[in-house]
Design a protein around this ligand. Sequence first.
Ligand code: GAL
Length: 373
Amino acid sequence: MRVLSILLPALLFPLLSLAQQMNGQPWPDVDGHHINAHGGNILKHGDKYYWYGEHRPDRGFTTQVGIVVYSSPDLRQWKYEDVALAVSEEAGSDIERGCIMERPKVVWNPRTKRFVMLFHLELKGRGYEAARVAFAESEQPTGPFRFIRSTRLHAGRWPFNMSEQDIEAARQTDASKWKDWWTPEWRREVEKGMYLWKDMEGGQMSRDMTVFIDDDGRAYHITSSQENLTLLVSELSDDYLDYTGKYVMVAPGGQNEAPCIFRHGPDYWLICSGCTGWAPNEARMFRSKSIWGPWQQLPSPFQGTATGYQDMPANKTFGAQGTYILSTGDRLLFMADIWNPRHLAQSLHLWLPIAFDQSGVPVIRWTDSPWAE
Ligand code: GAL
């Protein structure tokens, strides 16, 4: 009897947690704790999946622990592994406890045989003004990752697709002069590269971000830059720890955040959020035949309503903000966070399959479980 009472929960729990992987509800790991990994990504290595994400405190929003990692054999049962990249206890360190680590993305580099993590870093006590990208690496998928450095981007360097004439026009702009944003004149200046020019010396800002590995193994960093107004797509070096210097601006002035990208046949698809902090907004979608653009904007791929979830219409991305698009071979899953700003640790997960309409355009509808057909 005693043995049974110990064994039964152990046997039942995996089934229970499977049944409980419901969108918009807490997702327990195999120990029964809600998965506290946000803004991250999933990487398959060997026969396991690794889920990296922000460990969020219950109160406040600064990073107290670091980036955590869970593992799973099947994307359904998740085991908490460890803190993959811990905050530092050293005063003045870039990653001192109380900094803000967001949107970690871990990729495997077959050349160096290392796991490389890029993430958005804000320095302790400076709000969101540092706007840096940070690099870390590890030999093991579960870490510990070594913090390498944090930096702004492309100081002194212009996008490779800007002509001498374009650069000259950007040099004539002056961001300090514009008190009224969103006027047609202001927008024209943004398109010319006004904010690129503002940060040319110190380097470009980098906040919400993702990493994309193309079929040829080339890696790209895609990030919200220029006061979150413009995305930058930048090629990473062979070791994924630096930039080659080749980069472009995407949708200048479009205020795109939370970039998520995938490739489907000849098309690259980018799905982003708007810029309203923790509050949900309408997703944006772009298509291109090349990572370098031109990126054409299409309507949001979200359609229908979230059954059983009031106040979560498609035009609010069902209450969520994207973090990554996972390709499992036979399906594409749009992974998102339903933020709970009062208790960030309790923010929920939303994974929705990406379908395609008759003309091959992505469509995302609500499903109660990510595994519903
Ligand atoms: C969101 C962003 C999150 C976090 C939050 C802070 O727009 O996507 O990663 O930075 O703002 O308010």
